[in-house]
Design a protein around this ligand. Structure first.
Ligand SMILES: [Zn+2]
Length: 444
């Protein structure tokens, strides 16, 4: 791909939620940073010009919840294939969850992931470290040292921190070092390690039910501790109506809380788990599971009213063999990096009531603000991390065309509208859709 120290992108719909900008305009990149941005006609410029007509130009998308499987899960995904999938989905920054083998719970392993992520040189790679050693929920990791190594948040994702005393200690320490807790809220004693949402479909299929109270009760307990400790608190992948209601009230009471939802929890419910053949499909199995229709409705409403301010993928690659183990035995999780934008648009924009600026706020500006990351803005002087989106592009999701190593998606063969056509990190195009020509409008 051709690079240039200086170029302009012209004629695009420039959307920057951080400045409430939305209008046809242009942007100039110089030495990897945003040098100038404006609405209206582009001033005279004697350099290469990328034609952005018909496209949205926005701050690069940021996914703060991905599983890139290194170390220990390289057969499912690697940092390299995960970053390839991310940029193809329009993401300029990702944050890796620590439930790897071994867990991302010490400086050496965190530095290794950060260094190798940087060496791949596609999107920016951040690390969310484990909150407890080995994610065992007993002994705290060295949070101060991990913060100094660049860790942006802490989570035992995959598991909740069940012990009250340990959770309180984690929150106190995080308050002290000013890093957020990013919890996977689930009491496994209560969710009972079920395989799908406990409801009528689950009963009819005779499967082990995944009780939503596991999520609800841990959010409730944690919010009491947030009140006590004033720790910044970002609930991972919320999925229940009761949970959304609790976050809504906590925010009204002024607690420093935020949350996120995955596109699959906005588009699919427990009834969808059963395929046309009458059998449950392992590509519809994840944690938290697909919930009831009422839960889906509550999650959508939560995004619309701002209770849920981030959309994340929870990108969780598994091999075809692993997923073919049958619904009971297949591992939890689905991939999402290459489908997230189009699926979120399908859930939120096309039904009406939610605009592209709203979606970009949830997929870039808010995630950056909550974790204190670079990006999420088109402010002059910031790194030129930019996504160009063709909002009208109709396409068919093809799992076999993914750049991810994995194919485990419930969205294979779905017809969707809206696609990232160029992903630019530090001014450099790291992904260009086949349909898109860089410097197509070059005039000299
Ligand atoms: Zn999780």
């Amino acid at each position: 791909m051709k690079n240039s120290p200086e170029y302009c992108i012209s004629g695009a719909r420039v959307i920057d939620p951080s400045a409430s900008t939305d209008g046809i305009g242009w942007l100039r990149v110089h030495n990897g940073t945003i040098a100038e941005v404006g609405l209206g006609a582009m001033p005279a410029f004697d350099g290469p010009v990328v034609t952005g007509t018909g496209l949205i130009l926005c701050p690069g998308l940021i996914d703060i919840h991905v599983h890139l499987r290194e170390p220990g899960g390289e057969h499912k995904e690697t940092l390299e294939t995960g970053c390839q999938a991310a940029v193809a989905g329009g993401f300029t920054t990702v944050c890796c969850m620590p439930n790897t083998t071994p867990a991302l719970d010490n400086i050496e392993i965190v530095k290794d992931v950060l260094q190798r992520g940087a060496a791949i040189d596609l999107c920016r790679v951040n690390v969310i470290a484990a909150a407890t050693v080995g994610r065992q929920g007993r002994e705290l990791v060295d949070m101060s040292a991990l913060k100094d190594a660049g860790v942006v948040a802490f989570s035992d994702d995959g598991d909740g921190i069940e012990d009250d005393d340990v959770c309180r200690e984690v929150m106190k320490k995080l308050r002290e070092i000013d890093r957020p807790l990013f919890p996977h809220c689930e009491f496994k004693m209560i969710s009972k390690r079920g395989v799908m949402h406990a409801g009528p479909t689950c009963s009819r299929m005779g499967l082990l039910g995944y009780d939503p109270r596991g999520e609800e009760l841990m959010i409730q307990r944690d919010l009491r501790m947030v009140l006590e400790t004033a720790t910044r608190f970002h609930v991972a992948h919320i999925s229940t109506a009761v949970g959304v209601g609790m976050i809504f009230r906590a925010k009204q009471n002024g607690l420093p809380v935020s949350t996120e939802v995955c596109p699959h929890h906005l588009l699919l419910c427990d009834e969808d788990v059963v395929g046309a053949d009458g059998k449950p499909d392992p590509n519809f199995k994840m944690s938290p599971p697909l919930r009831s229709r009422d839960d889906v409705k509550a999650c959508i409403e939560g995004v619309l009213d701002g209770t849920i301010e981030c959309i994340v993928t929870d990108h969780a690659p598994h091999t075809a063999d692993e997923k073919q183990a049958g619904f009971m035995d297949a591992p939890m999780g689905i991939v999402g990096l290459e489908t997230s934008l189009a699926c979120a648009a399908k859930a939120l924009i096309w039904p009406g009531g939610f605009g592209w600026p709203d979606l970009i706020r949830c997929m870039s500006t808010n995630p950056a603000r909550i974790l204190g990351l670079e990006g999420g803005t088109l402010q002059v002087g910031e790194p030129a991390d930019i996504t160009l989106i063709d909002p009208g592009r109709e396409w068919t999701i093809r799992a076999d065309a993914f750049r991810s190593k994995a194919r485990n998606t419930p969205f294979d063969s779905w017809q969707v509208t809206g696609k990232a056509v160029a992903t630019i990190v530090g001014g450099r195009p790291v992904y260009l859709d086949d349909s898109f020509k860089w410097f197509a409008g070059q005039t000299r």
